[in-house]
Design a protein around this ligand. Structure first.
Ligand code: G6P
Length: 745
């Protein structure tokens, strides 16, 4: 259809030219034929006159009128000759045939003869007038006036005109056909050439054989690819550590400073009313820990649920607040939810349904129709906010986590040119486990609205692709890790999340490990000769806190030498306490703590200190620096950032990390003591090994862990995702440009 329209652009002017040619050519043709025939008639007149001249002269000499009439009658048998007259030397009409006009004098005939155009009409038709002298032996004897019929010329002209028009129409059709065929062939050649370009063919060699018109486009592409390659090579250099500056430069060069919009349920800062005063708090959330530094580097707008008790007091009339407090690097746009929405969408569908579904931590997912309804509504509410905050038709939207599985497709519908990067911060289960969700197809469709879908590990990507393969009609390209659904392609890639590596100015302000230890021990009343292990988590059943307590208990059973020489501090930040599952889990932990303390603690010196309250980052950091061991024993965790924070806090290269093999981080941190938290003996032994590990081994392991986390920091996480986004955006722009070129040409 499109090619047909394009070809019309050639055909219509061509047809117009042909019609104009016909319009101009016909009268010219008429004139020319008239002249040719007039000349022809003159010659015929001469022949007739020559043939008559002698006989007419004889007849005149002897005044034989009958003879003259008969000569004239015979001559008139020529079908073109319509009338004859004889003019005397005195220019008077002597003899004439019946048809000869009575009002035509000899002088008039002489005047008309020799004119180019027929000027005389006879019986409604044009006639040609010619005058020929009559000669006798005695000298000139007047002249013969011959009138020839010209109407046959009119008839011939009509025929000529008809043939001419048929000829022009035939030529037009032939031209049109040739144009269409040539245009089709060139169009196909051009399209396959540009497709080849998009596939990267012809970009390495400067020449595209057979398609020189694509050379400028190829040159542009080559330049952009070189830029991307430079950036990629820089990223691959061993000394190239990702930093906020590098992320910013990526944003400004490859992404041309385009707007970044983050969407998450949890906000980076909460305004809370405490003792009549508004205080600002950082929530306990791995997501916030990772995304906040990225937003500080990228600026832009962060859309999140305003859940702090004083959040409404802190926003402007557009529900926005500049953050971080006092620094104003980015804007937080708060959205408000009703109690029912929060209950259904957040507590219900997200945390009673999707959370246990994806973690497979032996807590049954609960799916309620009403919760699903709220989940959909709230996703739509946030999607509308993304559209409202977008300053262009193609912003970069970073969608965070399982609270917004439907949002990518909703945004894609309204902003088809947006680049939507969805990051799933929790694990993705195998297809069988995911299959129990009653709305599995809707969820998968929603997520496939993303341009890029990120998970922490390849294993989660594989699970997701297999889930799509099992439940949807989509095209999967395993080689490129892409899924095409509804004409849109989603890249499914692993991007292990991390933390911001602390800057030197910051670490200089930290109290020394000895000071931290002294402070922590004094505050918690830990006897100075005790070794210290810490656990820092949200109070969540996926974190393996019970298994950890059991391992501590088992270690004390197996190694009595640690009794009264060991304390375990568990920070458990309050989380989702409105849910029964969480409340009963928290009660179990309290009971287990009491039991173990009753068994192994002393009056005033319990073995286990359970700190079930919110802790600010500085306090947690002190705890990390004070500890001999950090225990991370999640039953299933997307990544887990506590282990990375612990490593970042130990600039003294001391301390031992015990890490669950079911946390995504275990893949990057093999220098930790990696355990199966379900195996209480193994975890107890690892704890004992950690407490007895020589300083040199600690240093060796810690130094290696630190270099990994420094390099694989959160800017790398965001940088890799945004580089991929930049590549896909470039591809999209080039393909749009190609389409535009094609449409114009
Ligand atoms: C996990 C989730 C985050 C969430 C965090 C805290 O890390 O992946 O999305 O923010 O837990 O949970 P909460 O429900 O308090 O936001």
């Amino acid at each position: 259809m499109k090619t047909f329209r394009l070809q019309l652009r050639f055909l219509v002017p061509l047809l117009l030219i042909l019609v104009a040619t016909a319009y101009l050519a016909v009268p010219v043709m008429d004139k020319l034929t008239l002249r040719w025939f007039a000349r022809d008639l003159d010659m015929r007149g001469n022949l007739v006159a020559n043939a008559l001249s002698e006989s007419v002269a004889d007849a005149l000499q002897y005044s034989r009128t009958r003879r003259i009439e008969s000569l004239f009658e015979r001559a008139l048998q020529d079908e073109r000759l319509v009338a004859i007259a004889w003019c005397s030397e005195a220019q008077e009409v002597g003899h004439r045939t019946e048809q000869f006009p009575k009002d035509l004098s000899c002088a008039g005939a002489n005047a008309l003869a020799g004119g180019k155009d027929p000027a005389l009409q006879l019986n409604g038709g044009p006639v040609h007038v010619s005058v020929h002298p009559v000669m006798s032996e005695a000298g000139p004897m007047g002249s013969l006036v011959l009138l020839h019929d010209l109407s046959f010329i009119e008839r011939r002209s009509q025929d000529t005109r008809k043939y001419l028009i048929i000829l022009i129409a035939g030529l037009g059709a032939a031209f049109a056909l040739v144009t269409v065929v040539v245009a089709q062939l060139s169009w196909r050649g051009w399209i396959s050439g540009t497709r080849a370009l998009l596939r990267g063919e012809g970009l390495v060699r400067p020449l595209l054989p057979g398609a020189p018109e694509l050379a400028p486009l190829a040159a542009d592409l080559r330049q952009r690819l070189r830029d991307l390659e430079d950036e990629y090579r820089r990223a691959q250099r061993p000394d190239a550590v990702w930093s906020p500056e590098r992320l910013q430069s990526l944003l400004h060069t490859q992404l041309r400073g385009d707007q970044v919009i983050v969407v998450s349920n949890r906000e980076p800062y909460l305004h809370q009313l405490e003792d009549g005063k508004v205080v600002v708090r950082r929530p306990a959330s791995g997501l916030v820990t990772a995304v906040e530094p990225v937003m500080r580097a990228c600026s832009g707008t962060w859309i999140a649920h305003g859940s702090g008790t004083a959040d409404r007091q802190a926003v402007d009339k557009h529900d926005r607040v500049p953050l971080p407090p006092g620094q104003h690097d980015y804007l937080l746009r708060r959205l408000w939810l009703t109690g029912e929405q929060e209950q259904g969408y957040y507590y219900g569908f997200a945390n009673e349904g999707l959370w246990p579904l994806c973690h497979v931590a032996h807590v049954r997912p609960v799916f309620r129709e009403a919760d699903w309804q709220h989940y959909r509504d709230v996703n739509q509410l946030f999607a509308d906010a993304v559209v409202a905050e977008a300053r262009s038709e193609d912003p970069i939207v970073l969608v965070q986590d399982y609270h917004f599985a439907l949002l990518p497709a909703m945004v894609r519908k309204r902003l088809p040119r947006a680049t939507i990067l969805t990051f799933w911060h929790i694990p993705w289960p195998n297809p069988e486990s995911f299959g129990i969700c009653p709305w599995r197809t809707e969820i998968l469709e929603g997520m496939l609205g993303s341009t890029i879908l990120g998970f922490h590990t390849r294993y989660h990507c594989k699970n997701f692709i297999e889930t799509v393969d099992r439940y949807m009609e989509a095209r999967i390209e395993h080689e490129h890790s892409t899924i095409t659904f509804g004409g849109e392609q989603t890249l499914v890639e692993s991007y292990p999340i991390s933390i911001e590596w602390p800057a030197e100015e910051e670490t200089k302000r930290w109290p020394t490990p000895a000071q931290s230890r002294a402070e922590v021990y004094a505050r918690l009343g830990i006897p100075p000769d005790h070794h210290l292990a810490v656990g820092v988590d949200r109070f969540d059943y996926t974190k393996g806190i019970l298994e950890r307590l059991n391992a501590v208990e088992r270690m004390l059973e197996k190694h009595p030498e640690w009794r009264e020489r060991f304390t375990f501090v568990q920070v458990a930040a309050p989380s989702r306490g409105a849910l029964d599952e969480y409340r009963s889990f928290q009660e179990r932990i309290h009971r287990a703590t009491e039991r173990i303390n009753a068994r192994f603690g002393r009056e005033g010196a319990p073995v286990i200190r359970l700190l079930a309250q919110h802790h600010e980052h500085d306090e947690v950091n002190k705890l990390y620096r004070a500890a001999d061991v950090c225990l991370v024993t999640s039953l299933h965790d997307g990544m887990n950032l506590v282990c990375k924070e612990f490593v970042a806090a130990r600039d003294d290269e001391r301390g031992v990390l015990v890490l669950s093999r079911f946390a995504g981080a275990a893949r990057e941190m093999p220098e930790a003591l990696v355990v199966n938290p379900y195996h209480v003996e193994e975890t107890a032994d690892a704890l004992h090994q950690a407490l007895t590990m020589p300083a040199a081994e600690q240093r060796e392991r810690m130094a290696s862990l630190r270099s990994t986390v420094r390099e694989f920091n959160v800017y790398r996480w965001a940088g890799r995702m945004l580089s991929d986004a930049a590549r896909l955006r470039l591809r999209q722009r080039v393909s749009e440009r190609v389409q535009r070129h094609a449409a114009v040409d």
